[in-house]
Design a protein around this ligand. Structure first.
Ligand code: KDG
Ligand code: MG
Length: 408
């Protein structure tokens, strides 16, 4: 089973996606997601110029060897561009192997460890009434776990109020203001810390004690601020508090941990096991946020999650709209098989996205399940994709009130 073709597919059905399609000499195809929000073309070029030519003629069945070849063999290792590229190759090869075996991918990963994956959806509102409506809407859609993001008085727009993957860029539409560039938002940590506990108090009073509630801080606090927030949210029993600090400084989480029993999830921007070394070994977090798409594929993420399992840390794979249906499907197969599944983020995709990515996984009763189709169970429609060319788009940039750039 030699690799005959490796194509990099870039399209923007609803938003930009980068997909790798690997085809073997005997005609089997595998898909991998390589989407890196706001830096899509960097990954496309890395794959097209530096990886695809190396794949031709390789044995498609040698997944681990290919992973090592691309990771160690490049000399320049880690980082989001490299690891999204490695992930796309790895996922495509698992898709092929499972198709060759005539099995859904989760069977090759050890079979089912559970019936389906508990998924959480997103609720948002600038003001409380809008937020409570949004929570009601998600519950009507079947969600049994909900992430709650709120506006902050005095700030126009903050993380989580637009779609999970952020508003699109401004400009670049051909009729106004030059090339596309990121939108800018304003941030005020004190206002946020004053406001959020009251919102959770009101939400808990409305939904009762059982509904799992989550919240994403999106890397905006210092460790001592994060400790204060975690402590102030304890009465509202969060399922998790996400990305409280930027966390490149893993040791900083020790301080947060000493002060609060609110469970912590972290790492959607991390790519390798090394990014989690201290966090996991010292049990400074409870959930690993990396998705298959950004952490070196099934092979890379499974290694992280096995390491996490030793320390009672569970999965909480990133699953906003900028993880393509291919990446989401890979997450569903992996999440079904691993022993330490925690929860899966699922914000769904637009109708336009689904015209290009033909999926077979199901969301029902708050639970995601893969189909029994061989492989990942996702097909890519080239004809549909032709109608959606790439459009430059960026995540926002965040500034403090005095203009200082802050973490978004
Ligand atoms: O591309 C960035 C988004 O995926 C991110 O902002 C979404 O934080 C996010 C989440 O938890 O879904
Ligand atoms: Mg997040």
């Amino acid at each position: 089973m030699k690799i005959g073709k490796a194509e990099v597919l870039v399209a923007s059905p609803g938003r930009n996606f980068v997909t790798l399609r690997v085809t073997t000499d005997d005609g089997l195809t595998g898909l991998g997601d390589a989407t890196l929000n706001g830096r899509e073309l960097a990954v496309a070029a890395y794959l097209r110029d530096h990886v695809a030519p190396l794949l031709i003629g390789r044995d498609a069945g040698r997944i681990e060897d290919t992973w090592q070849y691309l990771y160690r063999g490049a000399y320049w290792r880690r980082g989001p561009v490299t690891m999204a590229s490695v992930a796309a190759v790895d996922t495509a090869l698992w898709d092929i192997k499972a198709k060759a075996a005539g099995m859904p991918l989760y069977q090759l990963l050890g079979g089912r460890s559970r019936d389906g994956l508990l998924a959480y959806g997103h609720a948002r509102g600038a003001e409380l009434p809008e937020l409570l409506d949004s929570i009601r809407e998600r519950r009507e859609q079947g969600y049994r776990a909900i992430r709650v993001q709120t506006g902050v008085p005095g700030l126009h727009g903050t993380y989580g109020l637009a779609s999970a993957s952020g508003p699109r860029a401004v400009g670049g539409t051909g009729h106004d203001s030059g090339p596309a560039r990121p939108a800018e938002e304003t941030w005020d940590t004190s206002a946020y810390l004053r406001h959020v506990p009251g919102v959770f108090e009101a939400v808990r009073a409305e939904v009762g004690p059982e509904l799992p509630l989550l919240h994403d801080v999106h890397h905006r606090l210092t460790p001592i601020q994060a400790a204060r927030l975690g402590k102030s949210l304890e009465p509202y029993d969060l399922f998790w508090l996400e990305d409280v600090t930027p966390a490149e400084n893993q040791e900083a989480l020790r301080l947060v941990r000493q002060h609060t029993t609110t469970p912590l999830a972290l790492g959607e921007v991390f790519n390798t096991i090394w990014d989690y070394k201290t966090l996991v070994q010292e049990q400074l977090i409870d959930y690993v946020r990396s998705p298959v798409t950004h952490a070196g594929g099934i092979t890379g993420l499974r290694r992280i999650l096995d390491f996490a399992a030793v320390h009672q840390v569970k999965s909480g794979m990133h699953g906003p709209e900028d993880i393509s249906p291919v990446g989401l499907s890979a997450a569903i197969h992996l999440g079904l098989a691993i022993p330490n599944f925690g929860i899966q983020e699922y914000s769904g995709h637009t109708a336009a996205t689904h015209t290009v990515f033909r999926t077979s996984y199901a969301f029902a009763g708050g639970t995601l399940s893969p189909s029994e189709q061989p492989g990942l169970g996702v097909d890519y429609d080239d004809d549909a994709a032709a109608a959606f060319p790439y459009e430059a788009a960026y995540l926002p940039v965040n500034r403090l009130r005095d203009g200082t750039v802050h973490d978004w």
